[in-house]
Ligand binder design. Sequence first.
Ligand SMILES: Nc1nc2c(c(=O)[nH]1)N[C@H]1C(S)=C(S)[C@@H](COP(=O)(O)OP(=O)(O)OC[C@H]3O[C@@H](n4cnc5c(=O)[nH]c(N)nc54)[C@H](O)[C@@H]3O)O[C@H]1N2
Ligand SMILES: Nc1nc2c(c(=O)[nH]1)N[C@H]1C(S)=C(S)[C@@H](COP(=O)(O)OP(=O)(O)OC[C@H]3O[C@@H](n4cnc5c(=O)[nH]c(N)nc54)[C@H](O)[C@@H]3O)O[C@H]1N2
Ligand SMILES: [Mo]
Length: 765
Amino acid sequence: MSLSPDEKAKTPEMFLSLKTKSPFKNSVGLGAIKSSLEHVSKYMNISDALKLSLKINQKGGFDCPGCAWPDPDDERSSLGEYCENGVKAIAEEAQNKTINRDFFEKHSVDELSAISDFEIGKSGRLAEPMFLAEGASHYQPITWEAAFEKVGEHLNALNNPDEAVFYTSGRTTNEAAFLYQLFVREFGTSNLPDCSNMCHEASGSALSETLGIGKGSVTLDDLYKAEVVIVIGQNPGTNHPRMLTALEKCKNNGGKIIAINPLPEAGLIKFTNPQNPFKLLSGGTQIADVFVPITINGDVAFFKALLLKLLEKEEESGNVFDKAFIEEFTHGYQEFTTNLKTYSFEACLEASGVSIEIFNEVFKLILNNEKLIICWAMGLTQHQNAVDNIREIVNLLLLKGSIGKEGAGTCPVRGHSNVQGDRTVGIWESAPQAFLDKIEAKYGFKPSTKHGYSVIDAIKAMYEKKAKVFFGLGGNFISAVPDTKYSAQALANCNLTVHVSTKLNRSHLVTGREALILPCLGRTEKDYQKTGVQVQSVENSMGIVSSTKGILEPCSDNLLSEVAVVCGIANATLKERSKINWLQYKDDYNLVRDDIQEVVDGFQDYNNRLKQPSGFYLPNGARIRQFKTKTGKANFSINKLPAWKLKKDELIMMTIRSHDQFNTTIYGLDDRYRGVFNERRVIFMNKEDMNLQHLSEHQVVNLKSEYNGVVREAKNFKVVGYDIPKNCCATYFPETNVLVPLDSFAHTAKTPASKSVIITVESVK
Ligand SMILES: Nc1nc2c(c(=O)[nH]1)N[C@H]1C(S)=C(S)[C@@H](COP(=O)(O)OP(=O)(O)OC[C@H]3O[C@@H](n4cnc5c(=O)[nH]c(N)nc54)[C@H](O)[C@@H]3O)O[C@H]1N2
Ligand SMILES: Nc1nc2c(c(=O)[nH]1)N[C@H]1C(S)=C(S)[C@@H](COP(=O)(O)OP(=O)(O)OC[C@H]3O[C@@H](n4cnc5c(=O)[nH]c(N)nc54)[C@H](O)[C@@H]3O)O[C@H]1N2
Ligand SMILES: [Mo]
């Protein structure tokens, strides 16, 4: 019997054997070194591991395929700029096991669907292109040429280019991403949804509107020089461990750190630098000077409380705000303060869930310092009012003149290692007209000016059969997107689903009528082409473009680079009607960069500047107080408090990452810092809420969310009592994506609201 798309899309709902301990207060240190060594020795061959560890994030080495945190411009550790989770990301990619036709002959799609994401990931690297014919139970091998022709036939059979969806995950390099969007635009659509739509899209929207650039404004050097750094809605100990080194440096220079988070995450509290033997022995640095245990989505309320008190002080003393900055560089101050005064301090503070004592500590630090940096990630961007969250923190920076000066500014901490670069080079469903005009001028075709589908629109279109081909350049769409059941049906409605991937994942199992898996080289591998081993480039979270070059031999002879795949598909699809000689690019990536420099601002002399050991910075208006907004100034904004109200027994749930995963890739089954071992189907709850609902430790529960009349359910979770504010709870992504409604997303940005899902918990007898 064949499984339904919905059944294939979900991780099996069974238990392992949960063990819990007290959560850690300290992060990294010896435990991290031990954990990464264990991981490497299990999955990699040791000489490869050594080679890689010396080259990771080194000048002239390869860019870690983990997060987008920048590398220091000057000194870098001789051990490689690595972290525990970077090592795991590499071990995951540079595995010594491969899977080919024998594996797929042995295992049907249904059989593979019944195993966990953890086991799927451990099956090995994809080694040859595979094809799933209509009605077939097993994938079978296909040649690259036949695969390209198949994609071309399907695309050319559509009534309209807008019936195809071209997704990108943020590991794709600048070169592959630029060519991909160029192909999609020449094919005739702007349907370029990407993982950024589910990630920092809200930051991009809010920052473009207020500061005129959708990226952050600070450099690492600014972080070292800041007087106060606020780390809000972010868990750097797990997701950006190298950021802790920068925070430690800031503290050593006298800076103060405020952490605002519903959870006392280990990295926020204490950090032991693995590259500092003295600190390993002495027990590490206390990171947060003030920890603010905020209620989920209480951030706008907390910032309003803060802004109100600052305004009050400013009106008393006249020396709190940077009036010269406000006068010269901003717009909307009057309207902003008039609106702010309509809120009550007490009501805001209460809505934030923060005590007056902790509030006062934060207030003092903000009042008395002028160089502020705010760092944030998914805790702010994945809410219905995500754009408001970010605009409100910008309001604070503007009042203090904390933008475009040393030691001050915005720091949205990006996720995937090149998600920022992909957007810069044109992966954008609503690219600016100026960019489209440059494409037209250079290539002689007119790109579609219609806004394309973002992730949420794409899912709806596929569900409604308005889109019929899904193409994914990297990523794991079905496990990353919200509303798993609906989204699985959306993919199943397609004529063809295609994934360019390094590893097997659940998206290869939830297919359209026909499906292709196209295996590609990873970051760590040498990319051999006609003109030699190719260099590629990426942009990190702080707008620095640098080169990346693999150093291992490819794990199979039958892999292509992403660039070669894109060229092959473009050539097979567009044939004579193309104005572009597609096949030239794959032989020599310098040609791609020559094109990028003509089309994208800031890339002049790209090939030469890429040879600089630390890469080069892209221009950044906010960094130099040139605000390219509609008003030509930095804009204050007016933001409302979120309107949701919990009914009795309802909880607000955030879906977060454990310490042992990279998004949908599950490295292991532990969440060491939070004291959870060998289980992912857990729900972290406040002990008072557990008592009120008569739930005990490790009790088995089902979770339900009801939104706009639709009930969604996730079965079999174990309750873990945790230090989390009342009425709040947390579960791991992607297991609970089934509960995230597709129509609950951030206004303006359409980021799925996967950090504020209202649920109820039912015990299973
Ligand atoms: N090892 C590893 N590294 C990664 C990733 C990974 O999966 N594993 N993923 C990469 C990607 S793509 C991304 S986008 C980043 C994600 O990096 P993070 O954003 O750090 O990841 P999340 O686990 O989603 O954590 C969100 C944090 O926000 C807090 N939070 C949730 N809701 C709220 C809220 O309403 N207010 C406040 N103030 N805080 C809240 C949570 O408690 C949690 O600490 O990491 C990147 N790096
Ligand atoms: N509920 C909930 N949902 C979320 C989130 C959340 O916090 N909560 N976070 C969201 C966020 S921030 C993001 S960024 C998305 C992530 O969404 P995606 O980017 O789609 O997901 P990943 O898990 O990062 O993709 C992993 C897959 O990428 C492939 N891959 C790895 N390296 C390469 C490579 O070099 N090339 C190619 N072609 N393929 C490669 C592998 O096959 C692997 O299985 O998920 C989002 N979904
Ligand atoms: Mo992300």
